[in-house]
Design a protein around this ligand. Structure first.
Ligand SMILES: [Zn+2]
Length: 463
């Protein structure tokens, strides 16, 4: 039976192999999958559908994939402005994260999912945290698709600073807890939740932790992710501690491969970029966090070149501490920041950037056979953008408008597995007002625990 038909789409971006764009496009959904795709009249000839949604005045895209987001960091917005990468981590974000209890984390995760969903994200890769069961539960209940991981560190002091006591565990404890998370959560919620292994960053992970996590990822058939090469300080710290840069160290440990996801990679050297290509490593750009924190990923980054070479480069909104959590805005920042620093308007064209948030995101999530494009047989994950808004006018080329002028605010409908999660811009699977009110109430409790209140007051007199 045809459960759902989306029809009369002004523009339907398939992101299929030929990157076809259909006018007057339609999609039939059966058993959560795309059963047919084509012109509206052709699909109507297949018979009636239990439910029909008109996409007249809409641009339809595959569900957006946010390949790097810290769901427990949503309540850190405003806690880490105007600080360098070392202070950002050791003076602001680690104290914040170390203070989070389960209730704080739940409030943060739900707030994060609200922003993601309303901006058209159907799948996200959580960067790894200490409450992955809560991220899995919130996403599972909201109807979203995600990858979760338990965060691991086993080196408490690096050249950059010392971690808070709450994070300190032995290598064996970290491995045990990470494997428990994968055993318990991978393939939960009808397979929408995936669980991977993670080490937070190279400079706080021992060689043994990295190699054992890689072995476990191979044994469980799941991915392994980490932050890499995101600031001058992380590169210099690696050279000081290990005598090599970060990706070269991973090569020396023998862990680079197609199931490895590296976040940022803006400071990767020519040799490190060669390793990424040779080993089919996946990479994620997070433009807003680099721009907000002045990491230098855009100035030094070579990700537009990796994209042109076909490397799987995804895009992520990273965290609310850099302000926005809005994937269409991240697309704008990636496309335009590279143009500015290169003084070249042709670099990072909008076609490549939309691929980052769709087909490449699916490759980053190791699910390119299931999601990322609108093709028969794939899961029915899609987004309808409302183009009857001022920022979409005039509309000559939906690819250009989506990257250069739209934001997540124009998302009208979000569908995962054929289930409508957002309609008319409103989330259907949980109570938006309750999530926002919980965040408002909890913010003063969290701020008091972080001890950062004096550092983040308005600099102008409050009367
Ligand atoms: Zn991150």
């Amino acid at each position: 039976m045809i459960e759902l038909r989306i029809e009369e789409a002004d523009w339907l971006l398939t992101l299929d192999k030929r990157r076809r764009i259909l006018s007057d496009g339609a999609i039939d959904v059966e058993a959560g999958r795309i059963a047919a795709l084509g012109k509206t009249a052709d699909l109507r000839a297949r018979g009636g559908a239990a439910r029909v949604i008109s996409a007249r005045g809409k641009v339809v895209t595959p569900g957006l994939i946010d390949s790097h987001i810290h769901t427990t960091f949503q309540m850190s917005r405003g806690l880490a402005d105007e600080v360098d990468s070392r202070a950002f981590l050791f003076e602001r974000m680690y104290p914040y994260e170390g203070a989070l209890d389960e209730e704080d984390a739940w409030v943060s995760i739900r707030l994060c999912l609200l922003e993601l969903l309303k901006c058209g994200v159907t799948t996200f890769i959580d960067a790894g945290n200490y409450q992955p069961h809560l991220t899995a539960r919130a996403a599972g209940e909201a109807g979203m698709r995600c990858v979760v991981a338990r965060s691991t560190f086993d080196v408490t002091k690096s050249a950059m600073g010392a971690l808070p006591a709450a994070f300190i565990e032995t290598t064996e404890q970290a491995l045990l807890r990470a494997e428990e998370t994968v055993s318990r959560l991978d393939r939960a919620y009808d397979g929408r939740v995936r669980a991977w292994f993670q080490f937070r960053g190279l400079n706080n992970a021992s060689d043994r932790l990295v190699t054992k996590l890689s072995e476990l990822a191979g044994r469980h058939g799941v991915g392994l992710q980490t932050h890499a090469c995101f600031a001058r300080s992380t590169m210099e710290s690696s050279q000081a501690q290990h005598g090599v840069t970060e990706i070269e160290r991973l090569e020396r440990l023998g862990v680079l491969g197609p199931a490895m996801l590296l976040v940022h990679a803006g400071w990767a050297s020519t040799r490190e970029l060669e390793l990424v290509r040779e080993r089919d490593v996946k990479v994620v750009a997070a433009p807003s966090s680099s721009l907000h924190n002045a990491y230098g990923n855009i100035v030094h980054g070579r990700l537009p070149e990796l994209l042109e070479e076909g490397v799987a480069v995804g895009i992520g909104s990273d965290h609310a501490s850099s302000g926005i959590v809005d994937l269409p805005q991240e697309m704008f920042l990636f496309a335009c920041a590279y143009k500015e620093v290169r003084e070249n308007a042709r670099v990072a064209p909008p076609e490549r950037v939309i691929e980052m948030a769709t087909v490449n995101g699916a490759r980053c999530a190791l699910q390119e056979d299931r999601i990322g494009s609108l093709e028969v047989g794939k899961r029915a994950d899609l987004v309808l953008f409302d183009t009857r808004r001022a920022e979409w006018q005039p509309l000559y080329n939906p690819v250009a408008n989506l990257v250069y002028s739209a934001t997540g605010k124009s998302v009208d409908t979000v569908i995962v597995d054929g289930r409508v999660l957002v309609e008319g811009g409103r989330v259907l699977t949980f109570d938006e007002a309750e999530v926002i009110e919980a965040a408002r109430r909890r913010s003063s409790v969290i701020l008091a625990k972080t001890g950062l209140a004096d550092k983040i007051r308005p600099r102008w007199p409050v009367e």
